[in-house]
Design a protein around this ligand. Sequence first.
Ligand code: PLP
Length: 396
Amino acid sequence: MTAQTGEYPQTAAGPEAINLGLGQPSPSLLPLALIREAAAARLGAGADPLVLQYGAIHGPQSFRESLAELMTRRYHLGAGHEVAASQLLVTGGISSALSFTAQLFARPGQTVVCSDPTYFLARGVFESQGLAVEGVPVDAEGIDVSALEQRLARGAAPAFVYCMPSFHNPTGACLAPDRARRLVELAERHDFLVVADEPYVMLGFAPEPPPCMMTYDEGRGRVLSLGSFSKILAPGLRLGWAHAAEPLIERFSLHGALRSGGGLNPVIASIVQGVIEGGALDRHIDHLRRTFEARAQALMDALRQHLPRLVEGVAEPRGGYFVWLPLPEGCDGAALLEAGSEAHGVRFTPGSRCAVTRDLSRFIRLSFAFYEPDELREGARRLAKLLTDAGYSVTA
Ligand SMILES: Cc1ncc(COP(=O)(O)O)c(C=O)c1O
């Protein structure tokens, strides 16, 4: 029996199909009891009714302090560095933060440079704010900063560069430290913002997490790092944060919707504060890291067994949710999905969906977050059958 998404999916998964495109935690990883207990403590008898009042614009101060402590514990910030509550503003998750960012830090008609491939739904957020989107390639070391530099030298003037420095969606790559430093230098020289979308930074499998992008900002106010509870706790909470130097956070706080409606999701923030304090979120994140590592391993082993030819040059995932798989020469992922996935009971995200301007039709994105190891193994087997039946050779 395969897991189902119910009526709340970004992409539907029925019981008969294994949808390796789903970049969400599986139902078994959604911690209902943790949220229930924290909600009972915050909203139960004797609770302060002010929890239901308009929230502080930056988010509740005590929540931001707990979050700053969590981030200082779990981020790789370098010796002597810590996250301060004053560098944080509560958001309704990264999607809404991207929309605020586009409204505050770009004018309609301006260009956003995105890593290519990119998180495919971010593109729509930028376009719905009237921004044009251009791509800069991503390789095994993250966004190609030399290619960006050449683009800037030829006169490109982006409002901001949108990147995913840790466990990139869809490639899984982490930005090399020298590139990250160079990116911030370029941002200063050419006067743009680096918008770092970092929902997976705490989900590395190794004990040492990759550095978060703010590590490289060093007070320059060029990096706006966006975090979220969607991938480390539950997407339905719609809660996240912006992390940046104080002047940038202050600019964020001037958004009209925050001034009118107050800070976002104060009730949920208050509940999540209860999950952070006492260490339940730390324990949950550690459980997720172990679970995702085992699932990634199961998927990679199954890909090696059933599709050895395709997986040859693919790096072992080191964290996050995704594997970026090349297809055989001449095979278009979207066409493959359209033609045979229903009959074969397997789905995935075609690379063309994640492409900005490159032709990435010969790639597919597979997520190991949503299914149990057995289901992932079955998904890999079905994928191999789909390709073989379509006439492609996937074994040596
Ligand atoms: C890179 C990236 N950014 C943002 C999101 C969405 O984040 P949120 O749920 O906080 O809006 C996702 C979800 O798949 C993602 O992979």
